[in-house]
Design a binder for this molecule. Structure first.
Ligand code: NAP
Ligand code: COA
Length: 283
């Protein structure tokens, strides 16, 4: 099990290396949603293993602070870039900025997403569309821009952060579940189309991850949630951001050189037994 996690968007105080710290030496990564939460920790571990990283999202002040903290903790360069993943031109511009600064984009992590609990009976058409646009269109836009600007000629590695919500049809998550199902379909389609160009595409599907916005949005802070999760998740606890980042480290590295088109569930076995949003929807 990983060491103690840090819940705020601040680098770990100490990190026990499981892989050599030069595992990704000289590589460049682009992390959408890398200024906070799971994306922040993914950016940190990629940097700790040799990458320079661009982190992109809407809030530039938040990105600038995170980039400073990440560079200070890891000794690597971190470029904050303002993007709205729904708008292809902002993503394309940010990819070009990254190429100008670092010379390549070898790894793309799609972690940007939006979510809230909402029954379909009171969900507007625009609410459903908004989440589909951020999650699914956003993932497509980043994949396409990375492909057009760099990967089509040089190969690369793409990791889409998805979720297990649609496996069992979790309550109040029709928008996010549909969006993530489409992302996982995209993972498989791209793996087939782009595999011959030496681009590997995989999904990582986290379970409930403590101390994150996604966890809070699904009711993680409400009374009874912790006890429910401890008793229903086979490993008896929520996951940490570091555990998700380490799964991404594996998929971004030569350790997984023959893994393409896979959906890697990192949830302690949670989806087999719990359905956290089903619990939250009954509160
Ligand atoms: P988070 O910190 O809120 O991360 C989401 C990121 O997306 C934020 O940095 C946000 O930054 C960015 N973002 C949102 N809309 C955007 C847009 N239109 N354009 C560009 N960036 C945008 O939440 P998290 O919990 O760490 O979630 C990270 C990923 O893990 C998501 O894909 C989520 O679905 C997945 N996940 C999380 C959990 C969990 O328990 N936390 C479980 C399963 C899956 P700005 O506001 O600055 O744009
Ligand atoms: N319940 C029901 N509908 C909601 C909602 C909620 N909690 N929050 C937003 N909506 C609806 C809005 O009412 C609007 O629909 P309408 O025009 O028919 O009224 C639509 O969703 C878009 O909302 P808006 O606030 O304009 O979208 P935005 O683009 O500014 O923000 C969100 C996107 C709503 C997803 C916002 O929560 C966000 O930016 N999230 C990013 C962080 C996050 O969710 N992290 C967790 C990742 S898993």
């Amino acid at each position: 099990m990983a060491g103690k996690d840090v819940h705020d968007d601040y680098p770990l105080k100490d990190y026990k290396y499981h892989c050599c710290s030069d595992l990704l030496e000289g590589k460049v990564a682009f992390v959408s949603g890398g200024g906070s939460g799971i994306g922040f920790r993914i950016a940190e571990l990629l940097m700790r293993h040799g990458c320079n990283v661009a982190i992109g999202s809407r809030r530039i002040d938040k990105l600038e602070q995170s980039a400073k903290d990440l560079s200070k903790a890891t000794g690597r360069q971190c470029l904050p870039v303002q993007i709205d993943v729904r708008k292809y031109d902002t993503v394309l511009k940010a990819m070009k900025q990254t190429l100008n600064a670092f010379g390549s984009i070898d790894i793309l992590i799609n972690s940007a997403a939006g979510n809230f609990l909402c029954p379909v009976s009171s969900m507007s058409s625009n609410a459903f569309k908004t989440v589909l646009e951020i999650d699914t269109m956003g993932t497509f836009n980043c994949c396409k821009a990375a492909f057009d600007t760099y990967m089509k000629d040089h190969g690369g590695c793409i990791i889409n952060i998805s979720a297990t919500l649609y496996f069992k049809g979790d309550a109040y998550q029709a928008h996010a579940g549909s969006a993530k199902a489409a992302i996982d379909a995209l993972t498989r389609h791209l793996a087939v189309e782009w595999g011959p160009l030496n681009i590997r595409i995989n999904s990582v599907l986290p379970g409930p991850i403590e101390g994150t916005e996604g966890f809070r949005k699904l009711g993680g802070a409400v009374e009874g949630a912790e006890e429910f999760l401890e008793s229903s998740i086979p490993l008896g606890r929520c996951g940490t951001r570091t555990e998700i980042a380490e799964a991404c480290l594996f998929l971004a590295s030569p350790l997984s050189s023959y893994v393409n088109g896979s959906l890697l569930v990192v949830d302690g076995g949670a989806w087999l037994t719990s359905g956290f949003a089903n619990f939250s929807s009954k509160l």
